[in-house]
Design a protein around this ligand. Structure first.
Ligand SMILES: *Cc1c(COP(=O)(O)O)cnc(C)c1O
Length: 419
């Protein structure tokens, strides 16, 4: 019988075992861009060549004054915190549900992360932000999780009313927008990773955007000593005297990585548009199954870095999420994933035993946080698909939909087979 589930001995929907999703997309155009750069420069000391080209295009795309490339998203985030001049005693409000590198680089400044629970879409809850503001709060950092923009109207308003800096981690959200405005342009500064899996990728790399001269100059001093600092920090600025040495670190990007990222960036809008078409196809196809909730964002355009659904066991007729994903894998849907390392982070050792990791900055162990129910639930219920970006992926998308439908049908009509 064609409809017999593969997990019960039937024929899988997909039999190809090799990856069904490959990222980043390397084409002749990519090879050409990298080869051209290889012949030209593999180390750039100032803001010239491919660095200038990428930074100009990236800041123009977001309508922001300064862009600064670096060797990773983590460095870009660190430079952003450092740019703000955070130090011991400062508090920064953070999401509990994010990739840990949103918050971990802040620990080098001595500031204290104050974690918040999320809403049902996985993004930080604005009410929680407001509840956690104290006289010590200097900033709020948000992550547009999986490419779904946060509730920017409220978050912006809260930060403005309390005069605290709004920072964005846009590493999942290249090209996403909220009510027509690009994410990364809402606050004091924003950081992107352009690591291998990200929508815009140079293999490794990061970008910082800011309208603030002071954040930009401090970020330059943090990791781009000598030429860039000398050329870009005005002579009369009080920190200009540090231009030769910077503050002791080097975060410069690799020109080959940026040549690749620059070529990828030219396709961003086209990829986001295609991802949106496929995302809608999944959403429409699964609308009638109450145990699988689709991601959505009525006020924004997601980047669809990933398509993260929520499995609601209340409506799954006793079928557990593990069995459901196992059945999908058996159908050959190997890209179906339950994300592991992106989880509630509030009780990771770095954030609790900070005094052991960095005794010079933290004098005491932190009291472990309560559990954040929404973040924990979102994490435990998450079923993730990559979102395909090219028209030729149409048949893969169709077969994934078919595979899901086959398993979902059994959950609905013969759930005992999957309990
Ligand atoms: C990837 C990622 C980072 C870290 O970026 P790297 O380039 O790997 O250093 C930080 N935050 C989020 C949300 C990410 O997805």
């Amino acid at each position: 019988m064609k409809n017999k589930l593969a997990i019960l001995g039937g024929t899988p929907v997909i039999s190809e075992k090799e990856a069904h999703f490959e990222w980043p997309r390397i084409t002749d155009e990519t090879r050409e861009a990298v080869m051209k750069q290889l012949e030209k420069d593999v180390s750039i000391y100032d803001r010239s060549g491919i660095f200038a080209e990428f930074e100009d295009a990236f800041s123009a795309y977001h309508g922001t004054r300064h862009a600064l490339l670096s060797n990773s998203g983590t460095s870009a985030l660190f430079s952003m915190y450092e740019g703000l001049g955070l130090s011991t005693g400062d508090e920064v409000i953070c999401p509990a549900y994010t990739f840990f590198a949103t918050v971990s680089p802040m620990m080098y400044t001595g500031a204290t992360p104050i974690f918040c629970d999320c809403r049902d879409d996985g993004n930080i809850n604005p009410d929680e932000i407001e509840r956690h503001i104290t006289s010590k709060t200097r900033a709020v950092i948000i992550t547009h999780m999986w490419g779904i923009p946060c509730e920017m109207d409220r978050i912006k308003e809260i930060c403005a009313r309390h005069s605290i800096a709004l920072l964005e981690d846009c590493s999942h959200a290249h090209g996403a927008s909220f009510k027509g405005q690009k994410v990364g342009s809402f606050g004091s500064a924003a950081a992107w990773s352009i690591q291998g899996q990200k929508v815009i990728s140079g293999g490794e790399g990061g970008v910082l955007l800011t309208n603030s001269d002071d954040i930009f100059y401090r970020a330059l001093l943090q990791g781009h000593y000598n030429k860039r600092c000398k050329n870009e920090i005005p002579k009369e600025h009080p920190l200009a005297k540090f231009s030769l040495t910077g503050f002791g670190q080097k975060f410069r990007a690799h020109p080959l990585a940026i040549a690749m990222a620059n070529q990828q960036f030219r396709h961003l809008d086209e990829w986001v548009a295609q991802k949106s078409i496929f995302a809608k196809q999944f959403t429409d196809a699964f609308a009638d199954y109450p145990f699988l909730c689709m991601p959505s964002c009525p006020d924004g355009q997601p980047s669809w870095y990933a398509f993260v659904m929520q499995f609601n066991a209340e409506f799954s007729n006793g079928v557990p999420i593990e069995k459901f994903t196992k059945a999908l894998h058996a159908e050959g849907l190997i890209e179906v994933d339950m994300p592991g390392s992106t989880c509630p982070i509030q009780n990771l050792p770095l954030f609790i035993d900070s005094n052991e990791a960095m005794p010079r900055l933290y004098s005491a162990k932190r009291v472990p946080e309560r559990r954040f129910d929404n973040a924990q639930r979102f994490y435990e219920q998450a079923i993730k698909l990559p979102m395909w970006a090219f028209p030729e992926d149409y048949s893969t998308v169709e077969r994934y939909i078919e595979g899901f439908r086959k398993v979902m049908q059994v959950v609905t009509t013969q759930p005992e087979l999957l309990r």
